[in-house]
Design a protein around this ligand. Structure first.
Ligand code: FES
Ligand code: FES
Length: 173
């Protein structure tokens, strides 16, 4: 049994220790916001925050997260309570097909949690591991800059909402 914090709640999962975290979250815990893209740690579609760092979970074994804090896109906000970043994302109409977007938002959240005034270079560096086949990069940058401006007005507090209760989902063995 592996125990970790998922979106603010203690969660226990029985699965093979080498099961990738992405599989655990999508298939065992039924949170489908994080996507499978390359399965090789190269595209960023599967990104989640692990102890605050944007992490490729298609190549992260379950055993590696024992006792750690995991936040998925479901823990960052929801349609009724958008994070500062998500509001800016909507204003900038960033999403196109949407497939990469949860990973993009996770990486941008990690960036803004450490840097509320990122330069173009800071953004390029932080977001370089997240591929968008629809080419939404200019609007992603615009949204991150707008969110940063809003955060500075709000004393830099990046709102992260941990609303999902994983204990409400029946876990599979
Ligand atoms: S699916 Fe994990 S990095 Fe592409
Ligand atoms: S919005 Fe389509 S892949 Fe990024």
């Amino acid at each position: 049994m592996i125990s970790f914090e998922l979106n603010g709640k203690t969660t226990e999962v029985s699965a093979a220790p080498d099961t990738p975290l992405l599989w655990v979250v999508r298939d065992h815990l039924k949170l489908k916001g994080s996507k499978f893209g390359c399965g090789m740690g190269l595209c960023g579609a599967c990104s989640m925050l692990v102890d605050g760092e944007s992490t490729r979970t298609c190549v992260l074994p379950l055993a590696a997260i024992q006792g750690r804090k995991v936040t998925t896109i479901e823990g960052i906000g929801n349609p009724d309570m958008l994070s500062t970043l998500q509001s800016a994302w909507v204003e900038a109409s960033v999403a196109q097909c949407g497939y990469c977007q949860s990973g993009q938002l996770v990486s941008a959240t990690a960036l803004l949690s450490k840097n509320s005034n990122p330069s173009d270079n800071d953004i390029d560096e932080a977001m370089s591991g997240n591929i968008c086949r629809c080419g939404t990069y200019p609007n992603i940058k615009k949204a991150i800059k707008q969110a940063a401006k809003n955060l500075r007005k709000d004393n830099g507090q990046l709102q992260i909402v941990a609303y999902f209760d994983p204990n409400s989902i029946q876990q599979e063995a």
